[in-house]
Design a protein around this ligand. Structure first.
Ligand SMILES: Cc1cc2nc3c(=O)[nH]c(=O)nc-3n(C[C@H](O)[C@H](O)[C@H](O)COP(=O)(O)OP(=O)(O)OC[C@H]3O[C@@H](n4cnc5c(N)ncnc54)[C@H](O)[C@@H]3O)c2cc1C
Length: 411
């Protein structure tokens, strides 16, 4: 089949890769590939440390997605030499003072209730493991299974794997190299009455006929015309400010690797900050969560992030600040994505609303999205995960994903 993918963020690219692996021809539309929310993301793959109270339906998705990462990365690395930045460096949850430690301990209790593995870590052990942390921190917890990936590197690796000539000996049945078009999609329409083909119209005035369409353009979903117009989704912009810093040459003492080596998520005076160290000496500090509509960088958020990061690891003060950035996360009321058929348009699948966890959830969303597009049979576990992401769950459109799966779409 020829499948059009609208949006080349992490979700569109991951799904395009899954489709190519399944033998399909893919055309990807995006005026600025990789420059949406994906560009800002820290890339924490952190189902445990990122858990919030009351998000019971999200944890199984996050845990299932994390389990898919190693195999997914191994396959990607066979297709391209480009680095992907996947790093199994674990995470520390730390607290600025005693009151913060109570908050972190409350979270640890939620983790334990959901069978998630965290271990208390003493101040002394914390100092031994991470000498760059402030010795006055009140303590914390270790999360050895929460890791990270560099989303910008991942985007580059996916783009390379999508466009490379792949050896069918290594990738049996693989589809042709994907085509990328730097065009903005304005509408998607069924071209025949039976939904067998779709027309993708772009702002550049072209109409591309394809068999199926994946709509993975994040918040851009809201401005599309055609079949999605009758299916509005509860999507909102949740902006995040994030900082990128770099170690200065000669700063580290012999034997030191970074100001911190594990990802550190800290609670400082009740505020949240994370420090994600990259293998190349970079450090990502983030992120604010705001719905004030400001698409540029918020000065106060930058100030708080820097203050809190320096409180957690005083060496941050001596690093070079190389970038401040803000992007909008495609937010949903429950932080759970929308993945399923667009009602009454059986050849169109929507995959958006990945909120705060799109990098983590993307291999899972991509695999299930590809399965929906190509009408693959799904096991019970996958069907349950899909049901959680049912795009009609807030009342819009028709029945749940499971019913549509049972009904099927034209082959
Ligand atoms: C500051 C910050 C930190 C984050 N940290 C993490 C983290 O640590 N871990 C994690 O898992 N997640 C994190 N996230 C969330 C994650 O970035 C998002 O969930 C994820 O990037 C969403 O991916 P996407 O592909 O759906 O959207 P996007 O990355 O926004 O991609 C959508 C793409 O669609 C394109 N597009 C839009 N409209 C059209 C159109 N009409 N036609 C064609 N193309 C179009 C855009 O140009 C864009 O490239 C973070 C987000 C932010 C903002």
């Amino acid at each position: 089949m020829h499948i059009g993918v609208v949006g080349a963020g992490v979700v569109g690219l991951q799904t395009a890769w899954q489709l190519r692996l399944r033998g399909h021809r893919v055309t990807i539309f995006d005026p600025k590939p990789g420059h949406g929310a994906t560009r800002a993301a820290a890339g924490m793959l952190a189902p445990i440390s990122e858990v919030q109270f009351g998000q019971d339906k999200l944890y199984p998705l996050m845990l299932a997605a994390l389990r898919e990462y190693p195999e997914h990365i191994a396959r990607l690395a066979r297709a391209t030499d480009r680095p992907h930045g996947y790093l199994e460096n674990g995470t520390l949850l730390v607290a600025g003072d005693r009151a913060d430690l109570t908050r972190v301990a409350d979270h640890a209790r939620v983790h334990a209730e959901h069978g998630m593995h965290t271990r208390p870590i003493s101040q002394q052990r914390l100092r031994e493991a991470e000498p760059g942390l402030n010795p006055r921190l009140a303590g914390g917890y270790e999360v050895p299974t929460d890791h990270q990936i560099d989303p910008r590197l991942l985007v580059g690796a996916l783009q390379d794997a999508l466009s490379a000539e792949l050896d069918p000996g290594d990738f049996p049945g693989v589809g042709p190299a994907a085509v990328s078009r730097e065009e903005t999609v304005v509408r998607i329409d069924e071209s025949g009455g039976d939904g067998a083909t779709q027309d993708v119209t772009t702002a550049e005035g072209r109409v591309h006929r394809v068999d199926r369409v994946l709509v993975a353009c994040g918040l851009g979903y809201r401005s599309l015309g055609g079949v999605t117009e009758g299916f509005p989704l509860d999507l909102r912009a949740v902006h995040g400010d994030v900082l990128r810093l770099r170690l200065r040459e000669g700063y580290l003492a012999p034997g030191e690797r970074h100001v911190v080596t594990a990802t550190v998520r800290a609670t400082v005076l009740g505020r949240q900050v994370y420090l994600v160290p990259r293998a190349d000496g970079g450090l990502v500090v983030g992120a604010s969560v705001r719905e004030d509509g400001l698409s540029g960088v918020n000065a106060g958020c930058v100030q708080e992030l820097l203050e809190d990061a320096v409180t957690v690891a005083p060496g941050v003060r001596d690093m070079e600040l190389v970038e401040t950035m803000a992007r909008a996360r495609p937010g949903t009321p429950d932080d759970i994505p929308y993945l399923g058929y667009v009602p009454d348009a059986p050849g169109v699948v929507v995959s958006t609303g990945y909120s705060r966890h799109g990098i983590l959830l993307s291999p899972l969303g991509a695999r299930l999205g590809a399965a929906l597009l190509t009408h693959e049979p799904l096991g019970d576990d996958d069907a349950r995960l899909l049901e959680t992401m049912d795009p009609t769950r807030f009342g819009a459109g028709a029945g749940p994903a499971r019913e549509r799966l049972a009904g099927g779409i034209p082959a």
